[in-house]
Each structure stands twice: as C-alpha cells, then as structure tokens.
Design a protein around this ligand. Structure first.
Ligand SMILES: [Zn+2]
Length: 476
C-alpha cells in the first residue's frame, strides 16, 4: 500500500510534463503513473488539481551563519539556517548548499565538522556544503582534498578576488592562481569539481583605488568597479587553467554577457564548464542602485546593464547557463542599506524564498521557458552537477519525495507578508503570476497552503558523489 498518492497535478519529469499521479512510500517516490492507475487505497490522497508539481528546489549557493565582511569595525553574522531555511520551505526549496570556509590555520575536516554541527537540528530543509579554500593556505592543506571528496564533499569553492579592498583591514577571500591550479590538480583525479567566483583582482583593486582618487566612491558606481571586463578576464583565465589541468568548473553568480559568452565558448569546445546566475542579476540592472532601496539587490560582483540581463535570461531559458541560485546572505534591512559607498555596501541577497516563484513568473510566464527547463535550472541541474542526482532534483521512482506544488493562477504584488525571513525582501512590490503554495520534503508536507508544518530538525546533511559524466563534458 502506498502512503501518499498525489493526484490530478501537472507533473514535471525528465520524460515530459503530464497529468500523472505520484505514489509515495515512506520518504521516496514509488511510482509516477498515468492518472487513475495507482491503487486507490493510499493512506493519504493529495489533490493537486490546478497545480504544477515540480521537483523540490535546490539552491546551490547560500551563506547562512556567515561572517559579514562589509563593516569590519562592527563584526556581524548573517542569519542562520534556523531562520533562513524557513523561507526556503515556504518558497519550495528543499535542499541548499552552503560553504565550509578553510582559511589559514584551519584544516578541512575541522571546517566541515564545525559547519555540520552548526546545521544539525537547525535546518527545515536538507543541506550539504561546498569546501571553500581561501587565503594563503599551507600547501599541506591541499593533501586533505581527496579525503574530503571520499567523505561526500566533492566541490571546492575559490575566489579569484578579495572582492573588497584590504583597508579597513579585512580577511581576504582570494586564493592565488597558483593555489587554484594546485587545488584543481588534487580535485580532478578524485572526481571533484571547482566552484569559482571569477573577478580579476588587479582590475577590481585598481578600480577601488582609482575611484577613491577621483572621489567617485558612491555605491551607485559598483558596476564600474566590479566590471564586465573583470568577469571576462577572470572567467577566461580560469577556463584556460581548468583546461590545462583537466578540471570541471562551475562559475557562481555569472553577472555579465561576457561571462555567459565565455561559458558558452568553453562548452562548445566540450569542456565541462557550468554557469550559475542569480534572479536579481536577471531582473535588475545598475540603474536600480540609484533608487532608495537599490542596494537591496546588490550582490558581488554587481548588477550590470540591460544587455547583460538579456544574455542571462537567454542563458537560462535556452541554454548556456545551468542553474539559478541566490547567493543567499540574509541580514536585516538596516544592515543591508547601511553601507552607501563602493567599499561598504553589503553584498548578498535574501532571495531563496522568492527564487522559484520569480523563476516561474519571469521565466515560464513572461519568457516562455519550458517547464522542464524550469525544473532543470531550479533543481535538476544543481543535483547533477553537485552529485545529488537522482536522489534529489527529479520526480522519478526511487528519488526522495521532495515536491513543490506551484499554483499558476496566483496573481499578486509581493508584499512583506509574503515572506518569512528577516524584516525585508528585495522582491517586495514585484508583480508575479504563479507562486509555490505547498512543499513536501521526503514524503512529508513542510508547508501546506501557507501553513508551516515542518521543523528545524527536519533537514539532513547529504553526502554527495558526482557522476563522472558531469566532469568529462558539459552534461547539463
Ligand atoms: Zn557567494
């Protein structure tokens, strides 16, 4: 006997989109079948009439409980998983990937252990971690990479830039290209992948210096400091290094047309290169910085220009970019708007709760994105690239019963009350058509029509292993 049958929904699977029923046993999907053909004696029937059923969303890029670097004189920390993942549950994200920072003086196993302990019992949804390699790390640390991969942590994040200037004194993020190459050497033969924040350090730091000298320090100039050219140079340099060392690369938060083009060119040559972008990069451009709440939508590198927005949408709707993420960095509105200068605007975003709804409204409704492509960019591709597939990211027999029920008939202007994390959302005032209404995590409803049923003890740490196909060629 099945525990749950979901009937009458429009179900999005890799085989197509159809009026199928979903049978669930325990935590997993047992069957996806022609409507009306599953046994009628299930313990529970969920009527999904009028709803679109998609795989639980996967946000591959979040920074929860993370040190805030924009105001070193007043150290702070972003909201933790116990707060932010409540919004994910409401918004249809059932898995997120955060980061374990390894800085000089830290060992990889210790960094993983600390983050896992911080998350345990504190996340409404499932989770995993990328390992971030940051700073002038001792070469000995790189010898710990194979073991981390074997233990289920196969993705390694690096920054090619410190992002902010070094004064006032801040902990830098950058890993030099020598060490990035060294990490690639260790990662590739073990079945791992590099996750790269690509900006050219020389250009970024020079731009800070120049803009300061010219008195152009207003934050509305951020896109002229973190430039399109900087993304182009760093992406190209990284692709060249990865090609030489035979490593797969995932570029986080692609913001410029030049980034999309570099990724497309590498993929056309058969290189295993994947691109992520963020919904605020698609929906806003640098003009928005001039508005009263403009910095709400700032994430490093920066918002860019209308031509970049068009390229990002094209990459998401058609091909070229693989995932839509958030770079989630939940803070209060006061902190988010505190900095007004190029070197103190708080980056990052509160976007996880809105991610699926915005992708549906802006992608599917406005730009004709196919529903399967919607599932790909919000869930399936992240699962495949980061080694969670087919347990996560797909509606198929044997997969975890992580489902999102999206109501395409919802039409509203998003308001503060539509959100459940911190005291603002950058999406307040945005018009949407379609919104997630119910979320299931491993066979249990965690949000049902606006009611929170889940608990912070629900989420589990996921062990990951990447399919070698993903590391050999651009496979999604
Ligand atoms: Zn990030």
């Amino acid at each position: 006997m099945l525990d749950i049958v979901v009937r009458n929904g429009q179900v999005v699977t890799p085989e197509g989109v159809g009026a199928w029923d979903i049978g669930i046993q325990g935590e997993r999907i047992a069957a996806v079948a022609v409507a009306g053909t599953l046994p009628g004696d299930a313990a529970e029937v969920i009527d999904a009439r009028g709803l679109i059923v998609v795989p639980g969303g996967i946000d591959p890029h979040t920074h929860l409980a993370h040190a805030i670097m924009s105001h070193p004189e007043e150290p702070g920390i972003t909201l933790g998983p116990e707060d932010d993942t409540r919004g994910m549950a409401y918004g249809g994200t059932t898995t997120h990937l955060d980061f374990c920072y390894v800085r000089p003086g830290t060992e990889i196993p210790q960094a993983i252990e600390q983050r896992a302990a911080r998350w345990k019992g504190n996340s409404y949804v499932d989770y995993a971690f990328h390992v971030t390699l940051s700073g002038a790390l001792d070469l000995r640390i790189f010898e710990q990479i194979p073991e981390a991969i074997q233990q289920g942590f196969p993705s390694f994040k690096v920054f090619t830039t410190n992002i902010l200037p070094s004064h006032p004194k801040r902990q830098g993020n950058r890993l030099d290209f020598g060490r990035i190459g060294f990490a690639m050497e260790k990662v590739a033969p073990q079945g791992g992948l590099m996750v790269v924040h690509g900006e050219d350090e020389d250009l970024v730091q020079f731009n800070y210096e120049r803009f300061r000298a010219e008195g152009r320090t207003d934050g509305t100039n951020l896109h002229l400091v973190h430039t399109k050219l900087s993304e182009l140079l760093a992406f190209r340099r990284t692709v060249a290094l990865a090609r030489a060392l035979g490593t797969a690369v995932y570029f986080v938060h692609t913001s410029a047309k030049e980034g999309v083009e570099t990724i497309a060119e590498a993929r056309a040559q058969g290189l295993p290169v994947y691109g992520e972008t963020l919904h605020q990069y698609c929906c806003f451009n640098a003009e928005y910085y001039k508005t009263p709440r403009g910095f709400c939508s700032h994430t490093y590198p920066s918002l860019k220009f209308p031509e970049d927005q068009a390229a990002l949408w094209d990459g998401l709707v058609r091909n070229g970019l693989s995932t839509l993420a958030t770079d989630e960095y939940p803070t209060s509105l006061e902190l988010k708007l505190k900095g007004r200068k190029i070197d103190d605007v708080t980056g990052g975003n509160v976007g996880a709760e809105a991610r699926l709804g915005i992708a549906y409204s802006e992608g599917v409704v406005k730009r004709g994105m196919a529903l399967q492509r919607f599932a790909d960019i919000t869930a399936t591709n992240a699962a495949r690239i980061f080694g969670l597939y087919p347990k996560k990211g797909v509606i198929a027999p044997g997969s975890d019963a992580d489902l999102v029920f999206l109501d395409p008939s919802v039409r509203k202007t998003l308001a503060r009350e539509d959100f459940h994390v911190t005291d603002y959302s950058p999406w307040e005032g945005w018009q949407v058509t379609g919104w997630p209404v119910t979320t299931m995590l491993r066979g249990r409803l965690i949000v049902d029509r606006g009611k929170l049923l889940g608990a912070p003890s629900d989420g589990r740490l996921l062990s990951r292993k990447i399919d070698p196909v993903m590391l050999r060629r651009p496979a999604c």
